[in-house]
Design a protein around this ligand. Sequence first.
Ligand code: TRH
Length: 381
Amino acid sequence: MVKFPPHTQWDVFCKVIDNYGDIGVCWRLARQLANEQQQYVRLWVDDLKAFKEICPHVNTNLNKQLVENIFIYHWQAHWQPVSPADIVIESFACNLPDDYIQAMSQANKTILWVNLEYLTYERWSVDFHAIPSLQSLNLKKYFFFPGLPETGGLIREHAIIEQAITFQNDPIAQQQFLSQLHVTKKPNSFLLFIFSYANQAIGEWLDTLKHGEHAYQLLIPQTPLLKNLADYLHIDVNTLIPDYTVQLKNLTLQIIPFITQVDFDKLLWCTDYNIIRGEDSFIRAQYAGKPMLWHIYPQREKTHLMKLEAFLEHYLDGLPSSVQLIIKNWWFAWNNQENLAESWLAYCEQISIIKEQAKKWTEKQKTVTDLITKLAKLYKN
Ligand code: TRH
């Protein structure tokens, strides 16, 4: 396995555009680098408040702090000069400070400058991955695309899938964990976690669950979906705070608090079904071995739907075409916010095949080179 020399210095730059994905990805990367590969990591973040939501140890009043072996810096408009690291990660084209770029050009060492791009499974990314582009001051920047096995792969900590399976084989540990969130899994109920964007069509789906044959238990954190939920329940959205629970025939809805990334992973391992979104939560759901749905980050001109299609092509490979179509219909129904009830019912009829496929997908991830190893190869070369 290709590794970085110990104590290689990193600067990871993160601008929070919205939500938690930008910091979610950078935090995941920083933790793996510092704690699995003994790297020296400085993480520059412009919005410590968003960061604190997923990492409560972050103190929003400090400009510099050490959390989980990572030096966290508040990235402010006024840049204080620092000597550049050996590897510089510019996440999602967040634009490094001019003075920092200047310092890189004057440094007396070779620096690897990487723009960490958004996740994509589209084939075009193969031609653009890890290609250098000449910048001003004679510097080179490499464009790194996470996603496909042929491109940057995915962030995956050592033995994370094995950890998930061990946890899943331990019902007591799971119940103890859920009880910290004040959740009790009801016997024979189907436990769903929903971390999605808003969905105006959710009412017809909730009606289907409510009148369904099985008991459904939905766990929902604070997300824009709560507005749709409040409309459905005819209540004020401010009522929907952690621990709020309502029983509607066969359906139980419960609001849960925001939790750390480590606990977030555990939650995905405990449930029967995960509806996740964005980028980082979507990757984590792929390691949970559970059926899932990806609410992809909506983009203008619906380009996100092409990304969704590209992933599904990869994900559903090997399934009978009739089942592929049923899964696609459900995923697109959710993302297009239409026809949720009918597509869900058709989907549920195939659930045993879908469960098997989800397990196989997770197993397959173990065979793919992870993102950090790919970065290490790039650095070595
Ligand atoms: O929050 P997201 O929608 O993030 C994003 C951003 O919108 C970003 O601008 C966009 O580019 C990107 O999506 C595609 O979804 P994501 O990526 O899944 O990030 C959520 C993070 O929050 C993830 O790291 C998991 C974490 N999280 C917790 O740690 N605890 C929690 O309780 C919850 C609900 C999430």
